[in-house]
Design a protein around this ligand. Sequence first.
Ligand code: TSJ
Length: 687
Amino acid sequence: MAQQHYDAGDITILEGLDAVRLRPGMYIGSTGTRGLHHILWEIVDNAIDEAANGYADKIGVTLHKDGSVSVEDNGRGIPTDIHPKTKVSGVQVVFTQLHAGGKFDEHNYSFSGGLHGVGASVTNALSKWLKVRVNKDGDTWEMAFHSYFDEKKQKTESGVPVAPLKKTGKCGKAHGTLVQFLPDDTVFSSVEFQLSTVEHRLRELAFLNKGLTIVLTDERITMNEYAEKTGADDGEARQLDLMGATQPYSVTYCYQGGIADFAAYLNEGKSRLYSQPLYYKGERDGIYVEFAIQHTGEFTENLFSFVNNIPTPEGGFHEMGFRGGITRMLNDYARDNKLIKDKDPNFLGDDFREGITAVLSVKMKNVQFEGQTKTKLGNPEARAPVESVVVEGLRELAAQAKNKKTFDEIIKKAQGAARVRIAARQAKDTARAKNSIDSLQLVGKLAACSGRKPELNELFIVEGDSAGGTAKQARVRQFQSILPLRGKPLNVEKKRLDQVLANEEIRTIISALGAGVGNDFNLDKLNYHKVIILSDADQDGFHIRCILLTFFFRYMRELVNAGHVYIGMPPLYKVYRANGSAEEYAYDEKELAEKIEKVGRGYLVQRYKGLGEMSAEQLWKTTMDPMRRNLTQVTIEDAVAAEDMITTLMGDRVEGRKEFLNRNANFNKTDAFMDKVKIRKEDGDEA
Ligand code: TSJ
């Protein structure tokens, strides 16, 4: 049992790793799927830093069949010499000391220390084993670490060096670092890396690091299997065939245009006001700012912001600076070019941002992340420098003759937006009295709960009057409200706010939630902390669910970001005995097989075609009772993926939508829509 392992000679080194084992959540947020990927991002971040410093231009990530993952770069290689203070190699320091990263790279670019940035030692501490190979100055060096159960101490020691760093061969001119590790399955509730999660993040990192090549390989599946799973179109399939369909799945990301390519990618399949995104990069007071802008013919604003390569969907001071810069520069531009009459007021920021797709990437030291999900930049000092780089950048771009048409298009679009805004306000003023009566009628459909504590209250948005009626009978009226939807709510994609607000179903939802809509949305006024979409497990129900999620995503994004939106999961089957001695519910085919097994001989199966077929008691037991129901929370962890999905599903790319729906015929638990926006169990380990 007691494996041979090398004693570092300094036991205190490992005490830090003990702390990580004791409280993994403190270091990586959770021990669920998110935490699992987090320990991979820790390693990837180190390779990205090497590339950002200009020493590496290629990174490889490989998901292996045995569940391990490796990350490789062609950088300088982690220092191998003996660290004077600890008397062990640089490699060993990196993997056994918490926060060792900064020690070596004081003179280098390094903006780690945000969400990630707890260091490679955390990955080591939470792995069954970890191996590193460094090619440097002609030599290949290797070292391994492992976790094992210490019989004497009756506890698991983790991240322990198996032997000191050793020269194992010659590498010629090659240089770089390779790290491979196997996550510890006693730490994580799931140790399966998700290809889609890894793909999205690596693509994003390739966009954010212009010119960097990232190669992702998944040895667990072949090219063929990937094509089948994702429904690659003909063109892709042909390409896959050339590459060898039985080879492991592999994809290469490299964008010479950086975030300008990112903006173009986000706008694929949309009508665009100008073909090339506006792109600029600058620095002010130690804050590095890069942005790309491209307006579409649509009406909503889509800003994807990042700080030190970490997405900041909750916004913050950098976004304020960005918006402020755009408003200031474009108003100046419009005045200078007599596009605003002297006596007329300025445009509002909103006017310039109608239909905008923008990517903002900021790099700075000492970042402070705040907000519900710690993805909001809390450094006020970031605002002014970002604003000033944006103004400077847009001025420079506007001065270039080739961009004249682009800026004219932007101003023209803003003029349209301003006209609608002014007309809508006038219409609203005259209709105000009438409106107040309207909203009373609207809430009339709502079976409101009696409790007055929003944090306890739940709103079920139920498809159909009949299911709504059942839900009203089933609910606990103290904290559960029911809002039946008659028809399909309006597909809000490609609609202006005023058109959206004209839809009765949508207005009912807004008034029930009580927190306003669009720019006026205020989370503090929210009446329900759980908003639960309850639709049938069929095509129509799926569509309604998509429409509602699109609406929340477009017009109440904070509601989604803060984790208030849930999908209720009605069971698909009842498995029972005629004599009533057994009754089980199954939410998918796999569970159906399990439940049939469980009930045993003499089982009967009832398939539910819709919520309406259930009795109040059944609906309560299976779908509404907080103790027994199967609720999933919708979170936009990957706003880009969600954006892509919404454009495909809700936009005018009909083929894309058909294909998507065909591919995802299972509308319950595992449908890919849910996969893209990321779901987690109500009381899951991700909290
Ligand atoms: F996470 C990690 F530590 F395990 C890791 C580090 C994983 C991977 C895939 C790559 C790396 C890594 C570290 N790549 N490149 C480096 N570079 C250094 O550590 C390094 C090399 C030389 C010097 C120097 O000043 O000469 C400084 C540093 C930080």
